[in-house]
Write a protein that binds this ligand. Structure first.
Ligand SMILES: [Zn+2]
Length: 110
């Protein structure tokens, strides 16, 4: 894939105007509710027929403290920041692979 990343590759489930939460501005759950959830953000799969392969959202369920849900794990702010650091490091390593690819001799046979 030679195209530059676009905003559409980072997905969100936000539906502007659909939220009516009286507690959180980031909550997208309409109507009366006790559990709060933000729009989901994700990285779309490179395969067109698959959904996002990495998703996260902010949640505040009744009886709990707010947390970041990342792929089924409930993370504190500190834990979520640590995951963001890991993902930035991954992105840098991925770009390093691309740089190696760009520098590789063009050949149809290996
Ligand atoms: Zn809410």
């Amino acid at each position: 894939m030679n195209s530059k990343p676009t905003a559409s590759m980072v997905t969100t489930s936000a539906r502007p105007g659909s939220a009516s939460c009286t507690v959180y501005a980031w909550c997208v759950i309409p109507g009366d509710h006790w559990d709060h959830a933000s729009a989901e953000v994700g990285v779309s799969s490179v395969k067109a027929d698959e959904g996002a392969y990495l998703t996260a959202h902010l949640l505040h369920l009744s009886g709990s403290r707010p947390f970041v849900g990342l792929e089924g794990a409930d993370l504190t702010a500190e834990q979520a920041r640590a995951e963001a650091v890991k993902l930035r490091a991954f992105a840098a390593r991925l770009e390093g692979l691309v740089n190696l690819l760009d520098a590789a001799p063009v050949s149809v046979t290996a």
